[in-house]
Design a protein around this ligand. Sequence first.
Ligand code: B1M
Length: 211
Amino acid sequence: MSKIEEIFAAVSAGKKKQVPGLVQQALEEGIAPEVILNEGMIQAMNEVGERFRLEQIYVPEMLVAARAMKAGVEVLKPYLGGESSTVRGKMVMGTVAGDLHDIGKNLVILMIESAGFEVVDLGVDVPIADFVAAASAPDVDLVGLSALLTTTMPALKDSVEALNAMDCRSRFQIMVGGAPVTQAFANEIGADIYTADAASAAQAARKAVQH
Ligand code: B1M
């Protein structure tokens, strides 16, 4: 079994204690951090999601897989994206109301921080009022909203609607993402930027904020 296959297997089986060591070994073997993340861990979460959909596993198994992935990401953190010494701007970011998924959001934050932004993490299950309150700070350039469930897409829409109604709306841009979100949906709800993954979120943030 290759190291990537071992990481894939350990993340899908929720082996939280094994994953950090395997990720470390993969790095020492010279495997690129992005490959470990995408082919080892994110692919494993996709597999877990598929097995959940097919009712082969249930929520507890999804949860332990998520914990195993988080443990692996901790090891990868210093290797992803690189450090940036210039502060390009400020972003506030959260997962919308009713939604507890945060692995994707945390990866987006990691990459956007590496691109030189200060990011205020509002956490998960963020009420609309909290997005609005955070966006009203005068130095906020970007507001990021993540949604992972089709059932929380209406909360994404309502949150963006509330942000769009703010007097200071022209001061910041709104970025949305998450598995069920598409460019078409982002356009429909009036968000400025849609990105499909953490790396393109960081690129888009850089492009959007050029002080
Ligand atoms: Co959940 N879950 N889950 N889950 N879960 C999904 C999302 C699901 C697709 C699984 C499935 O059925 N195949 C499904 C949703 C179906 C749907 O709505 N169409 C689902 C379900 C149904 C549920 C529950 C309802 C299950 C239940 O209770 N019956 C429940 C809901 C709880 C709630 O939120 N209220 C639930 C719970 C959970 C756990 C708590 C057990 C756990 C989350 C733990 C955690 O996050 N701390 C969990 C997990 C782990 C998953 C899967 C398996 C993996 C999610 C993940 O972390 N992916 C997921 C299946 C899947 O995704 N294939 C599933 C890896 C992550 C890196 O990718 O989050 O997509 P992702 O983020 C990407 C991009 O989307 C993008 O960049 C990221 C990095 O590249 N991105 C952005 C994300 N946010 C962005 C924001 C941006 C830009 C890009 O700009 C601001």
